[in-house]
Design a protein around this ligand. Structure first.
Ligand SMILES: Cc1ncc(C[n+]2csc(CCOP(=O)(O)OP(=O)(O)O)c2C)c(N)n1
Ligand SMILES: [Mg+2]
Length: 551
């Protein structure tokens, strides 16, 4: 038994669970926690200036480390601010223990300032939400929260911490962490079924998903593609790097346009979905992205994703890496290597490498255009990246072509869109940088997107992180304008221009303590970026790019 206060038990239990970073923004209801933070040097407190940024930083840390992180926000308004970023964390599967201080039990009944029940607010976006009612329950609650967050499908959990619970002193057994062994693999019958189907296919295609990155299974997925001579597409949502781009089987990313996806898949007679949510789309279309007669094998640790939307012939709930490690020996014995090599060489003229070479020619044609053509910016950006750089992408229209140029070799080389909600990139990069010390971080973010998480700049400066933020500044919401024209057939743009006044990102960055420069001439892109990366310090490069409508 340990005699301990609720507030100390909370932090001690986070530390016992292996949490090293507590992202937060304090208010009065969190004072009990803030009072004892200095006594836990093993827990680094990282201040974010708005709860959306706090949550995104924790999400970024989890995405890049695969480890638990904690985020603490201020009662109802703080939780409300964090919700959009929490929605992102749900889709990136980030094991964040999100907590909020709460008014003392009983006092809440009086409806004081800031009071609102918190659990029902957080609940729809987390795997578990609970309010502690006794300090004695904290060990059980924290260990359970950590276990739930880390058990596939991984994801955030929420705890409400009333003031009286934090201040109560109790004798408790602090318990210990539990980790589930979830490296499950299919039965030998299921493995045989998978290999029979794969070997019988003449034109197999693989969709590579984020679980390949999370479980570090790139080498296994690449060998599978080689044994089958299968084309590989990255899944429709670019959560992370999901397959090595230079591999001859890699065909690039699937878009979220039903017609394009269906067109790409129609060339095939078997679809193997590896650790992805199958064909997650964005905008409605009456056309199904999956060709009606294409058989599907889906392997994922997330049961919810299996057979969710589409007819699935073989649905396997298992760890992708463990499954591939058992499947590969079977295929090594039975695969026809000459046949597979022949199939792969057929992909040569149209794979990612071939597409990149073509895109380079197109980009060079736009080398002199003013304002800068985003296609050319992406070419120069990817050429200027330092070795070992991690790219964070929230560039919308400006980064349409980024996947064409950006070579990805490892599972932690890239982090992109997860939910469709903006505001991840600027603060998320802070968490990513803290999870991957020593790696330079390059953020390519739209001017509109940057403003949903701009407070992250201050934390990047405060923590002196090696992050270069490149703002693809077209002074507006270009994607929304393009969609208004495409879907509604009008160009009367309301609420889509960020002009009058223009946002001055150079001064904005300077006010947060970051060095910054502006680039308007295409010739200056490469030298400016090289200098920015070489600084090793947090900095901003504001690049004026074409808005697509003549300016
Ligand atoms: C939190 C949130 N608010 C609003 C939107 C709607 N939205 C999607 S893209 C976009 C514009 C983004 O602008 P910018 O980053 O400058 O990229 P651009 O469209 O100019 O390429 C907006 C407002 C969203 N997806 N998420
Ligand atoms: Mg923009």
């Amino acid at each position: 038994m340990t005699r301990i206060t609720g507030r100390r038990a909370f932090l001690q239990l986070l530390a016992d669970e292996g949490v090293t970073h507590l992202f937060g923004n304090p208010g009065t209801t969190e004072l009990a926690i803030m009072e004892v933070v200095p006594d836990f040097p093993q827990l680094k407190f990282v201040l974010g200036l708005q709860e959306s940024a706090v949550m995104a930083m924790a999400d970024g840390f989890c995405r890049a480390s695969g480890r638990l992180a904690a985020a603490n926000v201020h009662v109802m308004p703080g939780l409300g601010n964090a919700m959009g970023a929490l929605y992102n964390a749900k889709f990136s599967g980030s094991p964040v223990i999100l907590t909020a201080g709460q008014q003392e039990q009983g006092h809440g009944l009086l409806e004081p300032l800031l009071y609102e029940p918190l659990v029902p607010v957080a609940q729809p976006l987390v795997k578990w939400a609970v309010e502690a009612t006794r300090a004695a329950d904290l060990p059980r609650i924290l260990h359970r929260a950590a276990k739930i967050a880390l058990t596939p499908p991984t994801g955030p959990v929420f705890l409400s911490l009333p003031g009286d619970v934090l201040d109560e002193e109790v004798d408790v057994d602090m318990g210990r962490p539990v980790r589930l062994h979830t490296e499950t693999q299919p039965s030998s019958e299921a493995l045989k079924k998978i290999s029979d189907l794969l070997l019988a296919a003449k034109r197999p295609v693989i969709i590579a998903g984020q679980e390949l990155a999370q479980r570090d299974a790139f080498a296994e997925a690449a060998e599978l593609a080689e044994l089958l001579g299968a084309a590989v597409y990255q899944s429709s949502v670019p959560y992370s790097a999901q397959f090595p781009t230079a591999h001859p089987a890699f065909m690039g990313a699937l878009t979220r346009q039903q017609k394009q996806v269906r067109g790409a898949l129609e060339a095939h007679d078997l679809l193997l979905c590896l650790g992805a949510d199958l064909l997650r789309m964005s905008v409605y279309s009456p056309l199904e992205p999956l060709p009606g007669n294409l058989p599907v094998i889906h392997i994922s640790e997330r049961a919810h994703e299996l057979g969710k939307n589409y007819r699935t012939d073989l649905a396997i709930q298992a760890d992708v890496k463990a499954t591939l490690l058992s499947l590969l020996p079977l295929l090594r014995q039975r695969a026809d290597r000459a046949l597979a090599a022949g199939r792969l060489s057929e992909l040569k003229g149209k794979n990612w490498t071939a597409q990149r070479d073509k895109a380079r020619v197109d980009a060079m044609m736009a080398a002199e255009t003013s304002p800068i053509d985003p296609l050319y910016l992406m070419l120069r950006f990817t050429e200027s990246l330092p070795r070992d750089a991690v790219v964070v992408d929230e560039g919308l229209v400006s980064t349409y072509s980024l996947p064409k140029f950006l070579p990805l070799a490892g599972p932690k080389d890239y982090y992109g869109l997860a939910s469709g909600g903006l505001g991840f990139a600027v603060p998320g990069a802070v968490g990513i940088s803290m999870a991957l010390p020593g790696r330079p971080i390059a953020v390519m973010v739209g001017d509109g997107s940057a403003m949903y998480g701009i407070q992250g700049l201050w934390t990047a400066a405060h923590e002196r992180l090696p992050i270069t933020y490149i703002v693809a500044n077209n002074r507006g919401y270009r994607i929304i304008k393009e969609r208004l024209v495409a879907f509604r057939k009008t160009d009367r743009f309301t609420g889509m221009d960020l002009r009058d006044p223009d946002i001055d990102f150079v001064s904005l960055a300077a006010s947060f303590g970051l060095s910054a420069r502006r680039v308007t001439d295409p010739q200056d892109i490469a030298p400016a970026l090289r200098e920015a990366f070489a600084s090793g310090a947090p900095n901003v490069v504001d690049v004026r790019v074409a808005d697509g409508f003549g300016a």
